[in-house]
Design a protein around this ligand. Structure first.
Ligand code: CA
Length: 332
């Protein structure tokens, strides 16, 4: 029985979609025409009926929101996203527009926002590329091409340099092995040894080796490799990264190892930063609400002693708060 539990926990940590970490679930009594009509009425109400708009859109799954947008356009001949963009403002507008996009288009837009113009938002690139599955990365890459007529990987490369660039490029290919039922103990051992040999035994780590192993192997395999690593090194992988590399490259490797070992903890650490930007809060709430936000909430409570719900109640306000609390779900 314990084994079954361990297996389930493993599946949950690695297989995102398979687990019950969603705080936003498909609305059971979903009638798309009713939602489209209610939204139309709310948008035509003098002064705008924000509460109705928020309540409908936050209590539907992303797939249902896509259906609503389609029905709305059929009924009114107008594009729902454009109307919301026009009618709403500030943080409320950006979080509602985020909810209206498919996850792939949303991620593509976040990557575009991170590279466009002068400078780069490295944290956004790191968060998205370290945490998404192969499928999510391939879908966002396709969406990026459709939306911007440009190659996502090329845009990321043009905006970054050196080993940081090589690591992001490898991640952006989304070509990690998928989990398999077979545990390859020989490969676990040789990968652990190679990670160690490429790192601590050298004055300067052979970062290319680290990149290959950490971006090509499956998540469950790497979890075992990091366990085995400690039989070669007096440090764990996290400590070796901290000793071996610096700046954005270090942040990316650390984020990657954390996503491999415990993805909810990775997102929770971002939520717990006192300097967290509203845009990052919105992105985590929107992008994890149908995947693992329930587990992130557990990490939050473990780490801070308060619930995420309580934190959002004191740190946000108004209509924006109504959205994030709805996405957060219960006060647990
Ligand atoms: Ca740029």
């Amino acid at each position: 029985m314990a084994d079954v539990h361990n297996m389930m926990a493993q599946v949950c940590l690695t297989g995102d979609e398979l687990c019950d970490g969603a705080t936003v679930k498909p609305f059971v009594d979903f009638v798309v025409e009713e939602d489209a009509a209610a939204l139309q009425k709310a948008l035509e109400t003098k002064g705008l009926d924000e509460h109705t708009i928020i309540d409908i859109l936050t209590k539907r799954s992303n797939a249902q929101r896509q259906d609503i947008a389609f029905a709305f356009e059929k009924k009114t001949k107008r594009n729902l996203e454009e109307i919301l963009d026009y009618a709403l403002s500030d943080h409320l507008r950006s979080v509602i527009l985020a909810l209206m996009k498919t996850p792939a288009k949303y991620d593509a837009g976040e990557i575009k926002g991170a590279v466009k113009g002068l400078g780069t938002n490295e944290d956004t690139l790191i968060e998205i590329l370290c945490s998404r599955t192969n499928k999510q990365i391939q879908d966002m890459s396709k969406a990026y091409q459709e939306l911007y007529k440009k190659d996502m990987i090329k845009d990321i490369r043009d905006d970054t340099s050196q080993n940081f660039r090589e690591l992001l490029t490898a991640l952006a290919q989304g070509s990690r092995s998928e989990p398999s039922n077979v545990v390859d103990n020989e490969l676990i051992d040789s990968d652990a040894r190679e990670l160690y040999a490429a790192g601590e035994k050298k004055a300067k780590p052979d970062v290319g080796k680290w990149i290959t192993i950490m971006t090509k192997r499956s998540i469950p395999h790497l979890q075992r490799v990091f366990g085995r690593y400690k039989s070669y090194s007096s440090c764990d992988m996290i400590e070796s990264i901290k000793h071996g590399v610096k700046a954005d490259l270090r942040t990316t490797f650390l984020g990657l190892v954390q996503c491999i070992q415990n993805k909810p903890e990775f997102f929770n650490d971002k939520l717990c930063q006192s300097t967290i930007k509203r845009s990052v809060l919105s992105r985590i709430m929107v992008s994890r609400s149908e995947i693992d936000l329930q587990y992130i909430k557990k990490e939050f409570k473990k780490k801070t002693g308060q619930t995420l719900h309580q934190y959002l109640t004191v740190s946000t306000k108004g209509d924006y708060q109504r959205v994030v609390l709805a996405l957060c779900g219960g006060d647990d």
